[in-house]
Design a protein around this ligand. Structure first.
Ligand code: NDP
Length: 446
């Protein structure tokens, strides 16, 4: 670590003591940006990075609600309004027991760069709660969402802050949140994205993160003179991102050999087909079951309590959660011949894993670039809601593909090393930063 980076991180660490995920995300960005900022003194003199790491606003609130047994439960709600230099705050809501201030600040920080990379006018934010929807009845989820929105409504709005889904927040939760917002405010507006198709969702929004991830991988492979057809792909997760990444991989002729949930992973040596994937989607979305039930149904291998990174593959797509690929996992991926790792999840690779990938010249694409397709189509949903109009499936899909290509071009522009290796992490960090920094300079010290 050079001196400037050390001094910078010491200050950030002092102020954000006890927030390991946030500090991890800031360190990773600062490593790319501090050398760049040293060459551009206007950013240094105006303390742009120092301002970018400080949320514009952090909202924390009590969420009391009554469960099916008539008991009072209390959760904690959050909204981090990180940066609005290039547009209203935009970013998902996560409902998971692991949610805390550090996790949401890291996600909000990453979101600022990601949204900038899409080229759309969206600032960055993130929110959520330590509420766990797993095992809860629909009625309990509704009660919780109504209480959550009863506080959050005063901080959000179609031109202020537009939340969406994330882990534990899908169409059902967005529906309950939207219903309560509409009821309190008496207005039907585009305050949330990822809605139901009948009431404002953009076509392709559910698919967007997973599809966009595969479009990004195709751009990486193009540079390497390869295509995705016939490649072995390991995927973690079996939620929204994982399902649609798998769907697009299969449609393009790749072999998806693993999928997982927080209990373990399934291994299909010949690859899942669309029929099996459909079973998995229904299992997860409708029956809210466990991936072990897939293994029992199809009699395939199931590895309880394990992650899929020791399985031989060409491409790895970590699509579950943060820090799910560590240095040891990276070593086994590299030893098994994996040459491309693209993050569908946010920050799934630890710093040790990222360093190992870059050292081995594995094409490593960070989430802020590779999974930006979701928020990009959320941005397109906002535009459609504003003009009360909908684009066709093909129109949205084409725009998504163009945006992913554009993000890839930005990564190459700022991330190409002297030896020709593309450091996508550096490219995404610098490319995302420049647009925000210019807007912040233009808007004065605010
Ligand atoms: P879902 O809730 O739909 O699915 C999450 C998946 O990850 C589930 O299979 C879940 O398993 C698994 N998972 C969650 N936590 C853990 C854990 N601690 N250990 C192992 N597995 C875990 O979420 P999404 O698919 O929407 O999100 C997945 C990732 O993608 C997150 O990092 C999210 O921030 C990121 N992302 C999502 C976007 C979107 O549009 N949805 C956009 C950009 C990024 P289980 O069922 O057992 O909980």
């Amino acid at each position: 670590m050079n001196d400037l980076l050390r001094q910078f991180m010491e200050k950030v660490s002092r102020r954000n003591n006890g927030e390991p995920e946030f500090l991890q995300a800031v360190t990773e960005v600062a490593e790319s940006l501090i050398p760049f900022i040293s060459e551009h003194p206007i950013y240094r003199d105006n303390k742009v990075l120092e301002r970018v790491v400080e949320p514009e606003r952090v909202i924390m609130f009590r969420v009391p609600w009554i469960n099916d047994k008539g008991e009072v439960e209390v959760n904690r709600g959050f909204r981090i309004q990180m940066n609005s230099a290039i547009g209203p705050y935009k970013g998902g809501l996560r409902f998971h027991p692991s949610v805390n201030l550090s996790v949401l600040k890291f996600l909000a920080f990453e979101q600022v760069f990601k949204n900038s990379l899409t080229g759309l006018p969206m600032g960055g934010g993130k929110g959520g709660s330590d509420f766990d929807p797993k095992g809860r009845s629909d009625n309990e989820v509704m009660k919780f969402c109504q209480s959550f929105m009863t506080e959050l409504y005063r901080h959000v709005g179609a031109d202020i802050d537009i939340p969406a889904g994330d882990i534990g927040v899908g169409k059902r939760e967005i529906g309950y949140l939207f219903g309560q917002y509409k009821r309190i405010k008496g207005e039907f507006s585009g305050v949330l994205t990822g809605k139901g198709f009948e009431w404002g969702c953009s076509l392709i929004r559910p698919e967007a993160t997973g599809y966009g991830l595969v479009y990004f991988v195709e751009e990486i492979l193009k540079i390497r003179g390869e295509t995705i057809q016939g490649k072995r792909v390991t995927i973690s997760g079996s939620g929204n991102v994982a399902q649609y990444a798998a769907e697009k991989c299969i449609a393009k002729g790749a072999k998806v050999v693993t999928m997982s949930d927080s209990d373990g992973f399934i291994y299909e040596p010949d690859g899942l087909d669309l029929e099996r994937l459909q079973f998995l989607k229904e299992l997860k979305e409708v029956r809210r079951g466990r991936i072990s039930e897939y293994a029992a149904h199809f009699k395939c291998d199931y590895f309880k309590g394990e992650r899929p990174w020791r399985i031989k593959c060409d491409i790895a797509l970590p699509n579950a959660t943060q820090n799910e690929v560590d240095g040891k996992d990276a070593k086994s991926l590299i030893e098994n011949g994996c040459f491309c790792v693209a993050e569908g999840a946010n920050m799934p690779c630890t710093p040790e894993a990222v360093a190992a990938f870059n050292k081995a010249q594995v094409s490593y694409a960070p989430g802020k670039a590779a999974n930006a397709g979701g928020v990009a189509v959320s941005g397109l949903e906002m535009s459609q809601n504003s003009v009360r109009f909908s684009w066709s499936r093909d129109e949205v899909d084409n725009k998504l593909r163009d945006i992913m290509k554009q993000i890839h071009r930005i990564c190459v522009k700022y991330g190409k090393e002297e030896d020709g290796h593309i450091n996508y992490e550096k490219g995404a960090n610098i490319g995302g930063f420049v647009k925000i920094a210019e807007a912040m300079l233009a808007q004065g010290v605010v």
